[in-house]
Write a protein that binds this ligand. Structure first.
Ligand code: PGA
Length: 244
């Protein structure tokens, strides 16, 4: 399957940052993997214009479950699609923690993404306390069960495993630990979605850098990465893409 390098800019980037995307477009006329960048909503439309006709897809970092309505500060999946987005991240740990998002809300957001024709990038991952208590597979399994809706297919869903303690910290699980969780995610998706699960892309996220990308991508059932800090600069993200 074709791998996916996805960048999550989080709350970073203004108009001047579009130069990084221009540089990436110029450097990667034909990347050997799919490439996605999820900027803040303020840049969605302009970045989609910059990336138009290139191999780079654009997505958002969150959406509301409803198509429109009295939801101050939120944006809908339909709005993301209209702005030129093709993907939306849902259930990132920063949303689960800072905004107390539940699995049920994340599942509704993923369904909203599909309703608007977007691909949902659904995030799961354990905290350090949960890992140290030996509960990683249980927690990730519960999040998967609760957050991934019925009807998930290889075409409409990407799952990102992001250990909370590895995000932005420079800490990365061992390759064996990544392989264990990704294998378990594949098996659980297989139980629910049958053969379709074989084609669902499973991304690893958490402190992926050009220097560690190659070894992480070689782990079985790792079909790409969700990259935060190292996706902001074309030179870093380009290095990760080159490793895929
Ligand atoms: P990081 O973030 O690459 O900066 O660790 C990953 C993420 O939160 O998606």
């Amino acid at each position: 399957m074709r791998k996916l390098a996805a960048g999550n800019w989080k709350m970073n980037g203004t108009g001047s940052s579009l130069a990084e995307v221009e540089a990436l477009v110029a450097a990667l006329p034909a990347p050997s993997c799919d490439v996605l960048i999820c900027p803040p909503a303020t840049l969605l439309s302009r970045m989609a214009t910059v990336a138009d006709g290139s191999a780079i897809a654009i997505g958002a970092q969150d959406c509301h479950a409803n198509a429109s309505g009295a939801n101050t500060g939120d944006i809908s999946a339909e709005m993301i699609a209209e702005a030129g987005g093709t993907h939306v991240i849902v259930g990132h740990s920063e949303r689960r923690t800072d905004h107390a998002e539940t699995d049920a809300q994340i599942r509704a957001k993923a369904e909203a993404a599909w309703r608007a024709g977007l691909i949902a990038v659904i995030c799961v991952g354990e905290t350090l306390a949960e890992r140290e208590a030996g509960r990683t597979l249980q927690i990730v399994g519960e999040q998967l069960q609760g957050s991934v809706p019925e009807g998930a297919t290889a075409a409409n869903t990407v799952v990102a495993y992001e250990p909370v303690w590895a995000i932005g910290t420079g800490k990365v699980p061992t390759l064996d630990e990544i392989g264990e969780v990704h294998g378990d995610i594949r098996a659980r998706l297989g139980d629910r979605f049958g053969a379709e699960a074989q084609g669902m892309r499973l991304l690893y996220g958490g402190s992926v850098k050009p220097s560690n990308a190659k070894e992480i991508f070689a782990v079985s059932n790792v079909d790409g990465a969700l990259v935060g800090g190292a996706s902001l600069k074309a030179v870093d993200f380009g290095g990760i893409i080159a490793a895929l």
